[in-house]
Design a binder for this molecule. Structure first.
Ligand SMILES: *Cc1c(COP(=O)(O)O)cnc(C)c1O
Length: 513
């Protein structure tokens, strides 16, 4: 059987599609028709699965799905591509979690634009790696242009630069890496961490972030040899924003103890509450205290293109570095993120010159090798997704969509506040709300409330009717909505709130918890 026929023809029953000594089906012009057919078959499988997904999740249990997967023998390929897709339905598509569904309101996962999905096809088809110019050419310039665009949106100075990353976790790691290197330069001049490892004094370095900042800051500190304990959690105010006085106290307490404050992380959009720390005030304090000032805008970065709420990021232009997750608030498929530096010279801390990739001799001679700015080497051309989105619809609709979900969250806040069964923690600065089932009659029994709220969340996980998240506040269990789908209606939210209430009351009455 020739390769060009192989994917089109239904092979004879039980006869493997490919012989052992056949070459794999390459993506090339000769195979293009097969790719087109297979693509349409693949897309049609997705279409069917999405049409079938009346709920965001089937509610499948781990054990059921694991059993289906156990039955797959990877050494025995299936007869034809439609059969492969059929199997994919049972192991994945029928039971995926669908972020485009209006009743998906759990985590920071967004619906995506379809130009970005087309971009994923193109990214894989060309398979560019954006590490060096000689592996990417135009892709390097496209990425650079989007980085410049994002820097401009942040009102960063002309010295700014950035790079696409795999996500906020990596961007935050890069920020903390630069912060650590700057601190070493200051406190252990002449010491080269790249060559010698950490100087002893690094054990006194301290990083400040709010107590509700993202866990990736601690993770970064651990990876950088500073340890979790180097991260000082700073108390938040009633709006879940870092409390400026608490920050000042934390810094001066550290100093009195002989510790060395090196960095502060401003969260612009905390993962649980969407709260935005006071950017201007913290940036000013950071300057006075000579702290590296990083904004974790993984969630709130979307405000850069918002018409109504851009001012919530005022002051961002003053900071040293920014994390942006286009895959959270710019409707891009995972992964699509960036790390920005106000002054590009700090990328020298990330650069490691390797002769075969980016010889020092070529640095600064006009051949851009993005690997100089990245922790990754081979790297996907994720920028193309944002590029096709912006070239198709421009930035305004992205901002409009984000504004819309913020509006929806604020309406939801009113609904929850007015509802006798619920207690809501935060007024949403962005689109996340933390609340719990807590009718007045039951409030005397916090353990019961915990159990009921946990029961609600696990019930949804079993029915898949809606996907909501949970979190802990003050040691107690809460529920969380993260709204990122502008097609979600208040009626969807009201329906889910009613379901939550029904589930909880029923469990209470039947003493299920
Ligand atoms: C999601 C998130 C991160 C981590 O980003 P990933 O893209 O998941 O790696 C970091 N900070 C905040 C505030 C986040 O919400």
């Amino acid at each position: 059987m020739s390769q060009s026929q192989s994917l089109q023809l239904n092979a004879v029953e039980n006869q493997p599609l490919f012989e052992q000594n056949e070459l794999p089906p390459q993506f090339n012009l000769e195979q293009f028709i097969n790719y087109q057919i297979a693509s349409l078959q693949g897309l049609s499988a997705v279409q069917q699965a999405m049409a079938k997904a009346q709920k965001p999740f089937s509610g499948v249990s781990v054990s059921t799905l694991a059993k289906t997967l156990n039955d797959v023998d990877l050494s025995k390929p299936l007869a034809d591509f439609p059969a492969v897709l059929d199997e994919l339905k049972s192991v994945y598509l029928d039971h995926a979690v669908y972020f485009h569904h209006p009743r998906y309101m759990a985590h920071l996962n967004c619906p995506v634009t379809y130009p970005a999905v087309v971009a994923e096809h193109i990214i894989a088809a060309i398979n560019t790696s954006v590490d060096t110019w000689d592996q990417s050419a135009g892709a390097t310039l496209i990425e650079q242009k989007l980085i410049d665009w994002t820097c401009q949106k942040a009102d960063f100075p002309s010295t700014a630069d950035g790079v696409f990353t795999s996500g906020g976790t990596q961007s935050n790691l890069m920020a903390m890496l630069v912060a650590r290197e700057v601190a070493v330069e200051r406190y252990a001049p002449g010491h080269e961490v790249k060559l010698q490892g950490l100087p002893a004094i690094a054990s006194r370095f301290r990083i400040y972030c709010s107590e509700v900042a993202h866990f990736s800051i601690q993770k970064a500190a651990a990876l950088l040899g500073l340890g979790y304990d180097a991260v000082v959690p700073v108390a938040t105010n009633s709006k879940m924003q870092m409390d400026l006085d608490a920050l000042k106290t934390a810094v001066s307490t550290s100093k009195a103890q002989g510790e060395l404050p090196i960095a502060v992380v401003i969260t612009a959009g905390t993962t649980d509450f969407g709260s935005i720390d006071p950017i201007n005030d913290i940036a000013l304090l950071a300057k006075q205290e000579q702290l590296w000032c990083h904004v974790d805008g993984a969630y709130g970065g979307g405000l850069l293109v918002s018409e109504n709420h851009r001012n919530a990021l005022n002051g961002i232009e003053k900071v040293d570095s920014i994390t942006i997750d286009y895959h959270k608030s710019f409707m891009q498929p995972v992964s699509c993120s960036a790390f920005l530096l106000s002054n590009k010279r700090y990328f020298s801390h990330i650069t490691l010159y390797a002769d075969y990739l980016n010889p020092l001799a070529e640095a600064g001679n006009g051949v851009p090798n993005l690997v100089d700015k990245s922790l990754q080497t081979t790297r996907r051309f994720d920028a193309l997704k944002l590029w096709l989105t912006l070239r198709t619809i421009g930035e305004a609709p992205l901002g409009y969509a984000f504004d819309k979900v913020i509006g929806l969250a604020r309406q939801t806040h009113i609904v929850l506040n007015d509802h006798p069964d619920f207690e809501v923690i935060n007024y949403p600065e962005l689109s996340a709300l933390v609340f719990r089932f807590a009718p007045a009659d039951l409030q005397t029994d916090p353990d019961l409330l915990d159990a009921l709220n946990l029961h609600v969340r696990s019930t949804f996980l079993k029915t898949g009717e809606a996907m909501i998240a949970r979190t802990k506040v003050g040691g107690r269990h809460y529920l969380k909505f993260t709204l990122l789908n502008a097609l979600c209606q208040l009626s969807d939210i009201r329906a889910v709130i009613d379901q939550i209430s029904d589930i909880a009351w029923q469990a209470y009455k039947q003493e299920q918890v």
